[in-house]
Design a binder for this molecule. Structure first.
Ligand SMILES: [Zn+2]
Length: 424
């Protein structure tokens, strides 16, 4: 399959809700390069985030281009139309060169019997035991299993193909990176299901470079992983090995790799991800969520004065509107209302109290994950403040940027790609 534009082995997806931190984020990739590992930045922003903020994909592209020019970055970089579908992709076509095709909603829609039969007939080689390199236990696949998996996933893959072709018609084959995501669904996909999905994608000639399955465990926004880490490591290794198998046997792009829609800050599984990458010599795309916005708040709070006052005001408003703000993210947050400080309490806080409650140091007694999660979904409050918020970001650029860079490099890039430090 033709892929002119290829995503290098290691890449990190970063969100920049207000399009003010691209330089600070890119600095983290430069620090990685200085430490000896090439990690390519991908700026991701979904339609939902653009809609809430009132921004468009062109602003993400402009911020990325400007950062790259300002810092003299000569390696690749991309702008990701995150979680798009057939109806939302259009506005992303001019500005983006990376498309995360989200077909989670199509999972489980029954495929046509003829399509399932044809799939089973086309792939007798899937029947029985499949030995994937690096994994002791073979995948065992029965005819019933193939039928079930085809019924569960064929419609989703067909939809992904339709969206892919729409993008291809607009941009030309090979001029963009294709990811298919299935993470925003209820149940995780098993490695054997992942294989069926990849085989179906190969049948549809989707030049997949990354695939985002749902892993087991909870991936809440902006906080650590909740689940069985040893089990995750086992499944993750099986997924990585399955991808290598599918690349070898089904002609998918050589650089196909897992995309981990982490929701950010999955500190306790980062060492497992790192170990597995090394063991299998595999690439990874680590997609983080919009925690850069929290670093902006931390920076403003640290700056004191007007910055701290605004950070407190954001919390007060987020607290008052907590139900409305949490609703769109209900499945990916876990806020304990009894742990939320009252806005009156927070008004009394020093810079240190605010930043230590918000900054993600799981072992710190002052850290408050409910406070953090509420602010994480509270970016709409800052968006409504408009220039008042943006002007303060600009006035306090240095302290904000320092927090953004340090967070991305020390807490995410170093543990995942360099195997250094763990914050769990
Ligand atoms: Zn996702």
């Amino acid at each position: 399959m033709r892929t002119h534009l290829t995503l290098p082995k290691y890449s990190v997806g970063t969100g920049d809700r207000f399009a003010h931190q691209a330089k600070a984020q890119l600095t983290a990739c430069i620090q990685a390069a200085n430490a000896g590992v090439e990690v390519i930045p991908v700026w991701n922003k979904s339609n939902r985030e653009h809609t809430i903020i009132g921004s468009g994909p062109a602003s993400t592209r402009a911020a990325a281009d400007a950062a790259v020019a300002a810092l003299g970055w000569t390696k690749p970089y991309f702008c990701d139309a995150d979680h798009i579908g057939l109806t939302t992709v259009d506005r992303f076509l001019p500005a983006c060169d990376f498309y995360t095709i989200d077909v989670a909603d199509e999972i489980g829609k029954l495929a046509e019997k003829s399509a399932v039969d044809a799939f089973v007939k086309r792939h007798p080689e899937l029947l029985g035991e499949i030995v994937v390199e690096g994994i002791r236990e073979p995948l065992t696949i029965s005819r019933e299993f193939i039928e079930q998996a085809a019924n569960k996933f064929l419609v989703a893959v067909q939809k992904a193909a339709a969206i892919y072709r729409k993008i291809e018609a607009a941009k030309g084959a090979g001029n963009f990176i294709t990811e298919v995501s299935m993470d925003e669904t209820d149940s995780p996909q098993t490695p054997a299901e992942l294989l069926i999905i990849l085989v179906a994608a190969a049948d549809e000639k989707i030049p997949l470079q990354t695939v985002a399955p749902k892993f087991s465990g909870r991936f809440n926004k902006g906080v650590d992983y909740v689940g069985d880490v040893a089990q995750f490591e086992k499944e993750f290794a099986l997924d990585v090995a399955t991808i290598a198998y599918a690349v070898k046997h089904y002609g998918l792009p050589q650089n196909l790799k897992l995309s981990i829609h982490s929701g950010s800050d999955k500190f306790s599984i980062y060492p497992a991800i790192h170990r597995t990458m090394w063991k299998f010599n595999a690439g990874v795309h680590l997609k983080t969520a919009g925690t850069t916005w929290l670093e902006e708040l931390i920076g403003l709070a640290e700056a004191g004065g007007d910055g701290l006052a605004l950070a407190k005001e954001v919390y007060a408003q987020a607290f008052d509107h907590r139900e409305e703000l949490c609703a769109p993210y209900a499945t990916v947050i876990d806020i304990d209302p009894t742990k939320l400080p009252s806005p009156q309490q927070v008004t009394q806080w020093s810079s240190e109290q605010y930043t230590s409650a918000l900054r993600h140091r799981p072992k710190s007694p002052a850290y408050n994950s409910s406070f953090r999660q509420l602010l994480h979904v509270g970016f709409k409050v800052a968006a409504k403040m408009g220039n008042r918020y943006l002007d303060l970001l600009e006035t306090n650029e240095e302290v904000v940027a320092h927090n953004v860079t340090e967070n991305l490099y020390v807490r995410h890039i170093a543990p995942v790609f360099l195997g250094k430090g763990s914050f769990a």
